[in-house]
Design a protein around this ligand. Sequence first.
Ligand SMILES: NC(=O)c1ccc[n+]([C@@H]2O[C@H](COP(=O)([O-])OP(=O)(O)OC[C@H]3O[C@@H](n4cnc5c(N)ncnc54)[C@H](O)[C@@H]3O)[C@@H](O)[C@H]2O)c1
Length: 458
Amino acid sequence: MNITVIGAGYVGLVTGACFAELGNHVTCVDINEQKIANLQNGIMPIYEPGLEPMVMANMAAGRLNFTKSLAEVSAEPQVVFIAVGTPSDKDGAADVKYVLEAARNIGARINDYCVIVDKSTVPVGMADQVQQQIRSELSKRNLAIQFDVVSNPEFLREGAAIEDFMRPDRVIVGLSSNNAKKIMLDLYLPILRSPERLYFMNVKDAEMTKYVANAMLATRISFMNEMSVLCERMGVDIEQVRIGIGSDARIGAAFLNAGCGYGGSCFPKDVRALIKMAEKNDFAPLILHAVEDRNAQQKNVLPQKIVALFGEDLTGVTVAVWGLAFKPGTDDMREASSLVLLDNLIKRGAKVQAYDPVAMPAARNILPSEWLTSGKLVLTEHQYDALKGADALALVTEWKPFCYPDISAMKSLMKQYIIIDGRNQYDPRQMRDAGFEYYGIGRGSIPARSRQVEVVTA
Ligand SMILES: NC(=O)c1ccc[n+]([C@@H]2O[C@H](COP(=O)([O-])OP(=O)(O)OC[C@H]3O[C@@H](n4cnc5c(N)ncnc54)[C@H](O)[C@@H]3O)[C@@H](O)[C@H]2O)c1
């Protein structure tokens, strides 16, 4: 099949590479000219395990190419994916301007029947707007071309995107045309192997399914975070509770980890957008508000623990931070918990030494440059460099190398042996036996003592 993918970000690039890997001819279009130039030269815009070799192999095979404009796509596409961003607007609703622009570009380009597949996460009813935009562009060209707009929300996880795309639990497709149904079956059968895992429904149901899925997952996390606060106050270990309830088949084990809050490009903005959709429909979504509020509070848990230990004024305190990405396996720092921690620590006068295995370039791009030039924040080259002279270590992202650290190296470098484990990666007893003061999330102990630190004036 000839496929065009509009938007070469996390979703678009993975979609394009995977469909090319399956033998299709794919052109990825992105308005970011630098991104396209880099991709044409084999430079990946994002870190995603397995993506680079797949892109390179398919470019070499002539099945995958990149261009900055839909007008430059030579082959007539049978399927056009829209995979552009839908960030929050200033009120929290999904900003759909990129989707509408993509739709207009499609209307200005197509010359034959094709299926327009909306992969971006879009508010319910968006497919109708996409259809209108395309139709109005076609009428400007005096063309009466048939086309179908399909909703095919994406459920891949950054860090496991290729695996998720190639081996999805299921694929959701919202449509109302038999032509489109046949094409979507042809497209996805090589991935799913059996049509039963391709769920067809109407377009609005599919659009809503994506939001409800993300809201449900965010709810589970916020619920466990709330329980972790209670556990901490009652001397209970949330990790034991998690194992206890996760083994109940009615509940299941996924998305029950308490931690220092969820971030990323999806859960926060999608929960906000769903709240806006509810409000637009005169409905006050109590649970969604609570999910958001708990998450905002949870992002403050690490700085609060550090303040409880060292006092409000952190001048002279050096904090090592392991992990900046919003989760392991990605360089994405959008709405990451690390941002709240860094901001809080630096405003209180602490010196921060941070390390992330892949998000260091992203961190340099998005963090205030003044933090770096002033030396308030040092991004270290190696994991253990961050620990030099540190009064405490805060673990924010559970990358594998952080989860199995060299204890004697840690002790030889840190000034005070304090670990604040934002992802409950360590065994509290093991860490305490090794001589560390250990504080996890909801693990039965609260830091209560104010520590003295030697204040070094410049
Ligand atoms: N990132 C994820 O894990 C994930 C998972 C599932 C669904 N989604 C959804 O998929 C959509 C895309 O997310 P993403 O993370 O890939 O975004 P992204 O920001 O990484 O990429 C979006 C890309 O679209 C490009 N773009 C914007 N307007 C364009 C236009 N008119 N023509 C061509 N290119 C254009 C941008 O330059 C950018 O490269 C969003 O709606 C998101 O909610 C994301």
